[in-house]
Design a protein around this ligand. Sequence first.
Ligand code: PA5
Length: 470
Amino acid sequence: MASRFLELDYASALASAVGAAHGLEPAEIQAAQPAVASAIERIENERGSGQHRYRDLPDDKAMIAEIKKTVKRRSPGVENLVVLGIGGSALGNISLQSALNPPYYNLLPAAKRGGPRLFVVDNVDPVQIGALLDLLGPSLKKTLFNVISKSGETAETASQFLIVRDLLARKLGKKKLARNILCTTDPAEGVLRQVADAEGYETLPVPPGVGGRFSVLSAVGLFSAAMCGIRVDRLMQGARAMSKSAAEKRVERNPAAMLALLLHAFYVRGKRMHVMMPYSHQLNDMADWWRQLWAESLGKDQNEHGQPTTIGPTPIRALGATDQHSQVQLYREGPNDKVFVFLEVVKFDRDVKVPKDKAMPDALKYLQGTTLGNLLNAEKAGTEFALVKSRRPCMTIRFPAISEETVGQFIMLWEAATSIAGCLFGINPYDQPAVQLGKDMTYALLGKKGYEQHAAEFRAYEGKRAKARV
Ligand code: PA5
């Protein structure tokens, strides 16, 4: 039987492929293993004292049962599910949906969908949200809004919520709000928790100790996934298998550890741009989810002891084959400061044959009779070859197929790799202090109480700013 486990193929990252100046020697990888093994040991010990809680999610049977029960109760009659959230409270939902449900899912007739149409509002763009609310207008009664915010205070989500709550109250009546709203938030704290309790909204918990970008395998990502027919048990099965292998100290048996080792080693050698390039449209949003995980977790100006440092690989998302016609010129001939992580799918869910036609010129014969899956994978192999020829290190995460199991593995692979990389870089991957100032200034600009000092600081900055406009 073909393997159902993801494979990390890093042959094209070795010195034997791209030369000693740009690739890693096996001895170098060997030499880095003790540090990685002690990072794993540390993480496993810390798990014992309640840290790295995201690793326990796949085993949380009570949580999974509660989500499934809620889905069963809330599904009947729901035609649209709208997730209100941003960042870690939205990207997982989007990526699960595009990886595991058919493309154009929302356009399919209800009988061909696994559940309601899904809309994830991960911004506060007035044109986008205005258009969505117009679209939902006629079926507002049959629309469930899942408000997701761990902190319960995020301005984007709070404003989405206030708009929707007001619309529902006006169109359906204040007393009906609880029928159309479900909140996913901290079980005990935060403004959304207070509002949900006061107004009687059903809630699902964001497990304590699980940060936004590590929360896709909790109610944050699983509720919308299960509502839309994704088999969350299988997803968790995949994640559980990867979590088990992430505890393995022998790096050659632990893909998460190897990934962290390789990307850390390349960073230290000056390759600080990490490009993820899925050759699968289904995995494009997964790369977006990864971009947040890698960036927000590893970009830090203090080490874990509070001393100044500057750490941060820059994650870049590109899509194969589309971005061959947009980025590959730069990737091959621009600065050699990148590592490429391809996502390859061995067997696509379906394939489409290119028809044969004798009337076509000879120049098109090579395409005739092949399939688009073949073409896409040939483009991946060709692009990797071309990058290697330009001495650009590459690796491939190979999906035997895209399924709940392999997607669950992929999520846990990167989450665990992020924790290990955090240890190797000596930083805390779970906080995001730099995000706060922009939020505080937004509060100040909108006149939030308690932010008067920030407002004064902003006015002073505006006053001093040179005029430089054309
Ligand atoms: O990873 C994170 O912690 C962030 O990206 C959050 O998910 C994001 O800021 C949204 O936060 P919240 O769920 O508290 O509204």
